[in-house]
Design a binder for this molecule. Structure first.
Ligand code: GZL
Length: 330
């Protein structure tokens, strides 16, 4: 009797173990969508494009971190077009990925496709840029920077730099992609910071689409249309670098004749800062990969995550840029 009982218990343990192993190994029943063979998590990521040095560093961080985390990454480059991002998200839904993450090129127009992801029970993570939908149930969390704070830091530097100026300080502004969170918020934060005294005047403001080429083109137009430019405020280093070419082409000294404050702190921007062609840079950290992969694993496991996770960032003057340049990762 005793041995028969023992044999029955042993058989029960073996079958339970086999079933569990089988479920994890993906043999039928226990597998959940998007968890591939052997429990590998599949992540669908829709990237804005490849418009700037910041974006290149951000993409590398995501791709390298997915590999290091053993996450199967399906990566799509939208070439700065919202319709391409929407198409990519729909494709990820059809492929039944476990998690979707993306950097929304603009703030609006996402509710329909994110509702489709919600209906398909695929959690979404926003990285880098936010959306303006009031329905926060459409995504699990946002991982990125506070762009209003970045704009404010740029403005605060300017008010200190020109504290003793008596006449008007004429500012031209190269905005990021129209409708994008960084463009809207960096403009807002900067404007708040310089509103303290009336001498700061934004005499021209236009999008340079976060690219060097467009930044140069728009700065050339500003130089023709404005009789006096004291400062350029660029929403990213790439547009500032394009503008430097335009300023030099007009026979003026960037950083001296026209002061430049920018955002990102990518290598080429930091080199221009060290060379005195840019005067101040507010950092925007693109290395979101490791934090994103941690969040993907937590969300895939159904764990609670914070609604918003902001990245650590600093700011650089010329001396600090010279000091850190050799160690910069991007
Ligand atoms: C900011 C990011 C912006 C960078 C630009 O987080 O979305 O997009 O500032 C990039 O360089 O093109």
């Amino acid at each position: 009797m005793k041995y028969r009982k023992l044999a029955a218990v042993a058989a029960g343990i073996v079958s339970l173990t086999l079933f569990t192993a089988c479920g994890e190994a993906g043999g039928g029943g226990g597998q959940t969508p998007g968890s591939g063979g052997g429990g590998t998590i599949t992540l669908g990521f829709s990237q804005v494009g490849a418009e700037s040095g910041w974006r290149t560093a951000n993409t590398k961080s995501i791709q390298d971190s997915a590999k290091a985390a053993g996450i199967d990454l399906k990566f799509s480059d939208a070439q700065q077009k919202q319709e391409n991002q929407i198409r990519a998200i729909r494709s990820f839904i059809q492929q039944k990925v476990k998690v979707i993450a993306f950097s929304p090129v603009v703030e609006s127009g996402w509710d329909t496709v994110l509702k489709e992801a919600k209906t398909a029970n695929i959690p979404v993570i926003l990285t880098d840029r936010a959306i303006d939908s009031p329905d926060t149930s459409l995504y699990k969390t946002f991982l990125g920077s506070d762009f209003v704070k970045e704009g404010r830091k740029a403005g605060e530097w300017l008010t200190k730099e020109f504290a003793s100026a008596t006449g008007d300080v004429n500012i031209v502004e190269l905005q990021g992609t129209t409708g994008s969170a960084p463009a809207n918020d960096r403009k807002k934060g900067f404007a708040e910071a310089i509103a303290s005294t009336s001498k700061f005047k934004v005499v021209a403001s236009q999008t340079g689409e976060f690219t060097r080429a467009k930044g140069k083109e728009v700065m050339e137009a500003f130089l023709k249309s404005q009789s006096k430019i004291d400062v350029l405020y660029a929403h990213n280093d790439d547009m500032a670098l394009g503008a430097i070419e335009a300023i030099e082409g007009a026979g003026k000294k960037p950083g001296t004749d026209i002061k430049i404050v920018s955002i990102d702190a990518v290598r080429d921007g930091m080199q221009a800062l060290a060379d005195g062609k840019i005067n101040y840079i507010v950092e925007c950290n693109p290395l979101l990969g490791p934090q994103l992969m941690d969040l993907v694993k937590k969300v895939a496991a159904g764990e609670q995550v914070p609604q918003r996770i902001e990245t650590e960032e600093t700011e650089f003057d010329q001396a600090k840029a010279k000091e850190v340049l050799p160690q910069r990762q991007y």
